[in-house]
Design a protein around this ligand. Structure first.
Ligand SMILES: Nc1ncnc2c1ncn2[C@@H]1O[C@H](COP(=O)(O)OS(=O)(=O)O)[C@@H](OP(=O)(O)O)[C@H]1O
Ligand SMILES: Nc1ncnc2c1ncn2[C@@H]1O[C@H](COP(=O)(O)OP(=O)(O)O)[C@@H](O)[C@H]1O
Length: 285
């Protein structure tokens, strides 16, 4: 049996004829002993391993020939789909998103916080994470600034790199959502089209956009990192809001704006988001 993920062939074959010798499935070692294998849901006949449950791969509709390690192979077997691209392994038989949500007693979603630098995205993300944690909910924060130190360290602030930054964070957020986690993404994400693409890549309702509607002059007065000052002095080029665009959302689920000192602390803002989640059924399975 052979399955393919991207360019990597996972070849399953017995390493020895003897009972209880191990079989290799990619990096997984499976017991080749029939008795043990059956209890794990595997049937082994010759070099074939079939599962009766826990199917690790998507079934195919059509077949085509692909080349693996220089040899051609039919794609009419698990591991391929009918699209041009080779299928990724589908682990859904092992545990579904709904199982994970049941376990966590919450609905996986991404809370996408967008706004100018200094608008309070990270502060609200933090308050929100704390507030949800106190209610027993599992969250994870993806902050633009932090992700740019690791996964996105190769990206600049040029338009195409900002778009790629948004796309990658959207992809990572999608994995968290599938894991059943409430993922809090806080990044400027200045482009409407890219934000909307992240929304479109998720099931309806799983993308909740939060707009930090804080005017530029307020952000600039805060200037906690001194970046606006540098941008005004021309020492940073292409700074969002100064000489680079920010496209505010047209229909975000939540808008957070200052209210002349009333109910506009980070904790108040976090409570607005938590109320939305509560009312809309995200805080139960
Ligand atoms: N040119 C330019 N424009 C805007 N911001 C800049 C720039 N250069 C550095 N910084 C700092 O980078 C933080 C924004 O990173 P993001 O990943 O959120 O930006 S983006 O979504 O890709 O536009 C942003 O952090 P926040 O203040 O937390 O938003 C800035 O500190
Ligand atoms: N709701 C708020 N009211 C007043 N000041 C705030 C509020 N939220 C954040 N701040 C302050 O504004 C500055 C920028 O906040 P930050 O969360 O770093 O913004 P961003 O992540 O959007 O750049 C910080 O000094 C922070 O203490």
């Amino acid at each position: 049996m052979m399955t393919v993920v991207g360019n990597n062939a996972l070849i399953c074959r017995p390493q020895s004829e003897s009972c209880c010798a191990s079989m290799k499935l990619g990096v997984l070692k499976l017991p080749a002993c029939n008795c043990k294998a059956k209890s794990l849901g595997f049937h082994i006949t010759g070099t074939e391993v079939k599962t009766t449950f826990l199917p690790p791969v998507r079934k195919t509709e059509t077949s085509r020939t692909v080349h693996i390690n220089g040899k051609s192979a039919s794609s009419h077997q698990p591991g391929y789909n009918s699209n041009d691209e080779i299928s990724a392994i589908d682990f859904s038989g092992f545990s579904e998103k709904s199982d994970r949500q049941e376990l966590l007693q919450q609905r996986g979603c991404v809370i996408w916080i967008t706004g100018l630098s200094g608008s309070g995205k990270s502060t609200v993300a933090c308050a929100l994470g704390r507030g949800l944690h106190a209610r027993g909910k599992l969250t994870y924060i993806l902050d633009g600034d932090n992700v740019r130190h690791g996964l996105n360290r190769d990206l600049s602030f040029a338009a195409e790199d900002r778009a790629e930054n948004i796309r990658r964070i959207g992809e990572v957020a999608k994995l968290f959502v599938d894991a059943g986690v409430i993922c809090i993404a806080s990044l400027i994400s200045p482009y409407r089209e890219e934000r909307d693409a992240c929304r479109a890549s998720l099931p309806e309702g799983d993308f909740i956009e939060v707009f930090m509607d804080v005017p530029l002059h307020v952000c600039e007065a805060r200037d906690p990192k001194g970046l606006y000052k540098l941008a005004r002095a021309g020492k940073i080029k292409g700074f969002t809001g100064i000489d680079d665009p920010y496209e505010p959302p047209l229909k975000s689920e939540i808008v957070l704006r200052q209210n002349q000192g009333l109910c506009d602390s980070p904790d108040d803002f976090a409570d607005v988001v938590i109320s939305y989640l509560d009312k809309n059924g995200y805080l139960k399975a």
